[in-house]
Write a protein that binds this ligand. Structure first.
Ligand SMILES: C[S@@+](CC[C@H](N)C(=O)[O-])C[C@H]1O[C@@H](n2cnc3c(N)ncnc32)[C@H](O)[C@@H]1O
Length: 312
């Protein structure tokens, strides 16, 4: 089974506008599909910083002296680039979330398709597993999570069922959780979608995915050349919203900082107005691409207003 099939590969690399002499960062290396495409256009003196918080991703590293591997959460981007004495970057790519490898692993707890420990940590040295989260969060916190990240109906009912269940027996396996979800929502044709939402919700929380993204976005401007690009592939509306808001306003909240004259002060301009999606053919071939939303920000000088509508 392939580690991961990259989504929107050609388009995302085209949007990076690779300079053969430049330096780039792939902050979500995974199976290395995007990285290999960048390397194919990079000259011998180029650099590619490859981050991943999951050590297993680095089994895919090509033997290539232009690569600098970084086993870390990209939330620590600035610290690492300073430590490595990296030059200003020409571009960064982020392909968010988990890889197919995570979902296909029958031991790591990301998928309800296998009975496995309820783990879900991308970084296996992380402190909190999904099982620990289900054991410790209050009912109200669980309901809020399932409501906001999973957009689940009856989130309160699910949270209540979890709290009742854990009084009797700790929730330690994906099979136990899947059975509980089935008891709450019934066995209809909607069950796989609900299970996917429940598992996705827990995974996002276990790995603090939105917090990491927010922290990273704030660190980017200092390390990217004027004219450099940040290409982001998001798979969840909340992460896409953070990215869109940040490129538009300089803040992931979407509330713009303004100068004395009322102009928006933001380090990036969002290239093109809408979001780009995978074409029908790719969506059929690679189901993961169906929820992909691609956005590009370009590092601009001091002031930025609205959105650049150039032909890309
Ligand atoms: C969708 S996959 C990337 C696939 C890759 N573009 C390819 O072509 O194979 C996302 C990868 O990013 C990693 N990842 C997710 N969040 C991360 C974070 N905050 N810091 C570092 N790596 C992260 C995951 O471990 C996973 O390997």
């Amino acid at each position: 089974m392939p580690y991961h099939s990259p989504v929107l590969l050609e388009r995302s690399i085209e949007l990076l506008k690779i300079d053969a002499h430049g330096s780039y960062a792939d902050l979500t290396f995974g199976g290395g599909g995007h990285s290999r495409a960048i390397l194919a256009q990079l000259g011998t003196e180029g650099h590619l910083y490859c981050f991943d918080r999951d050590i297993e991703a680095f089994t895919n590293l090509p033997q290539d002296s232009r690569i600098v591997p970084v086993h870390a959460n990209y939330a620590h981007f600035a610290r690492w680039l300073r430590y490595l004495n990296a030059p200003l970057l020409d571009g960064v790519i982020l392909d968010l979330g988990v890889s197919s490898h995570h979902l296909d692993a029958d031991t790591r707890g990301f998928s309800y398709r296998f009975d496995a420990p309820l783990d879900m940590r991308m970084n296996q040295q992380g402190n909190v597993t999904a099982s620990m989260l289900l054991a410790s969060y209050e009912e109200r916190e669980l309901a809020e999570l399932f409501q906001t990240y999973g957009e689940l109906r009856n989130a309160n009912k699910l949270a209540h069922a979890i709290v009742e269940e854990r009084k009797v027996t700790p929730l330690i396996s994906t099979g136990q959780l899947a059975a509980l979800v089935e008891r709450v929502y019934g066995r209809g044709g909607h069950l796989p979608k609900i299970l996917a939402c429940v598992f996705q919700t827990l995974r996002i929380e276990v790995n603090a995915e939105l917090e990491s993204l927010e922290r990273l976005l704030q660190q980017l401007p200092e390390f990217i050349k004027i004219g450099g690009r940040v290409v982001v592939l998001a798979y969840h509306s909340l992460e896409d919203k953070l990215v869109k808001n940040y490129f538009r306003t300089g803040r992931s909240s979407g509330v713009a900082e303004r100068d004395l004259f009322g102009n928006t002060v933001a380090p990036f301009a969002l290239l093109s107005k809408g979001v780009e999606r995978a074409c029908e053919e790719e969506q059929i071939e690679n189901s993961r691409s169906r929820s992909a939303r691609l956005r590009v920000g370009e590092r601009v000088g001091s002031l930025k207003k609205g959105c650049i509508n150039e032909s890309l």
